[in-house]
Design a protein around this ligand. Structure first.
Ligand code: NAP
Length: 308
C-alpha cells in the first residue's frame, strides 16, 4: 500500500492504482473456469493464483519446477493443477503444453506472468539473450502451443511493463537478439517487455473475428523477488521508499487479474492496461508490421530449437 493511492483517482473502469486483486474480483464467481498462471510461486503470480482460486476458478499453476508449483498450489483447492514450466527450457515448456492437452484442460485464461529483470551480465539460452528468451520466447512457445486449449471466449494476458518504454529506439533489435553486439541490463529487460506487448497485439489481430482476446498489462511498480538482480543501493532505496511510493503485491496483481476475468473487458483485445484501465503504450508498439515481424522472427527462433 502506498501514499500514491490516496492521490490517484480511479479510472473509467471504477478501479485504479490502489485497487487490489481481491477488490477487482469482488462478487465474481469463477466457478467452472480454468485459468493458467505462469510464475505462480512468487510475487504477483502467487497473489493472482490465490485470488482467482478463491473466487472459484480451477487453477493451473506453473513454476520453474514441479516442486515449486506444488508448494505454491498446496494452499488451494484439490482440483488445482501444479505443473513445471521452465520458460528458458523449450522441452519443459512443451512438456507443460503436452500435460495441459493430455489432461484435456480447456483454459478460460492464460496469464503469462513469469519473468526475470535486468540481469547484470549477458546470459543466453540457445544463443538468445536470456530475458528475451524467458519473458518472450518461452511464453510464445507456451501460448501458441495452448491456443487449441483456449476457450471460445478465452483470454491471454501478457505481463508487460512500463519498462517497455526502455526498449531500444527500434523497439526490438532483430540484429542483436543474442545480445553480443552490446548488452545493457535495463534495455534488454525493456526489449523483452516490449516484445510481450507486441506479442499480445499481434495475437489479438490473429484472434480477430473470434471472442478470444489478448491483452498486455503493466502491473505497477512493486517490491518483489523480481528486483533480485538490482544493485544493493537501488534495492535499499526501493526498500525504504517502497511503503510510500510502491504498490503492494495485492495491488500489483490487480491489473492482470482484471484483464483475465473481469466481465467489463470481455470484448477488449489488443489493449495495454495499467492500474486496471486501458492505457497508452509507446507509439511504435502499435505498429502492426513490427509486431508481425517479431512473430515471424520468433517462429524462426523456435523452429531452430532442439525438437526435444
Ligand atoms: N514487480 C514489478 O514492479 C513489476 C513491474 C512491471 C512488470 N512486472 C512483471 O510482472 C511479472 C511478475 O513479476 P513479479 O514482480 O511477481 O516477480 P517475481 O516475484 O520475481 O516472480 C516472477 C516469477 O517468474 C518466475 N520465473 C522466473 N524465471 C522463470 C523461468 N525461466 N521459467 C519459469 N518461471 C520463471 C519466478 O520463478 P522463481 O521464483 O523460481 O525464480 C517467479 O515465479 C513479471 O513478468 C514482471 O516482468 C513486475
Amino acid at each position: 500500500m502506498s501514499l500514491f493511492q490516496h492521490f490517484k483517482a480511479n479510472g473509467p473502469s471504477g478501479f485504479g492504482y490502489g485497487s487490489t486483486a481481491e477488490q477487482v474480483t469482488e462478487g465474481l464467481s469463477l466457478a467452472g473456469k480454468t485459468i493458467l498462471v505462469t510464475g505462480c510461486n512468487s510475487g504477483l503470480g502467487q497473489e493472482a493464483l490465490r485470488v482467482l482460486g478463491r473466487r472459484g476458478a480451477r487453477m493451473v499453476g506453473t513454476a520453474r519446477t514441479l516442486e515449486k508449483a506444488r508448494q505454491a498450489c498446496a494452499a488451494l483447492t484439490d482440483g488445482t493443477v501444479p505443473l513445471a514450466c521452465e520458460l528458458s527450457d523449450p522441452a519443459s515448456v512443451r512438456a507443460c503444453v503436452a500435460e495441459v492437452k493430455r489432461a484435456g484442460l480447456r483454459l478460460d485464461a492464460i496469464v503469462c506472468n513469469a519473468g526475470i529483470m535486468a540481469l547484470p551480465k549477458l546470459e543466453q539460452a540457445y544463443g538468445i539473450e536470456l530475458q528475451f528468451f524467458t519473458n518472450h520466447v518461452g511464453h510464445f512457445i507456451l501460448v501458441t502451443g495452448l491456443l487449441g486449449q483456449l476457450a471460445a471466449d478465452g483470454r491471454v494476458v501478457m505481463l508487460s511493463s512500463g519498462a517497455h518504454q526502455r526498449a531500444p529506439k527500434e523497439g526490438v533489435q532483430f540484429d542483436n537478439l543474442s545480445g553480443e553486439k552490446g548488452y545493457r541490463a535495463w534495455t534488454a529487460y525493456g526489449q523483452s517487455k516490449f516484445a510481450n506487448l507486441l506479442f499480445a497485439k499481434e495475437l489479438a489481430r490473429r484472434l480477430g473475428g473470434t471472442k478470444r482476446t489478448a491483452n498486455a498489462v503493466h502491473p505497477g511498480v512493486i517490491r518483489t523477488n523480481l528486483g533480485r538482480h538490482m544493485n544493493p543501493i537501488a534495492n535499499l532505496v526501493f526498500g525504504l521508499a517502497g511503503p510510500l511510493v510502491l504498490k503492494s503485491v495485492a495491488q500489483g496483481a490487480a491489473t492482470e487479474v482484471y484483464a483475465a476475468v473481469h466481465p467489463a473487458v470481455a470484448g477488449v483485445s489488443g489493449a495495454y492496461f495499467a492500474d486496471c484501465n486501458v492505457a497508452k503504450c509507446r507509439p511504435d508498439a502499435e505498429d502492426p508490421a513490427l509486431a508481425a515481424k517479431l512473430w515471424k522472427v520468433t517462429e524462426e527462433i523456435v523452429a531452430r530449437l532442439p525438437a526435444q
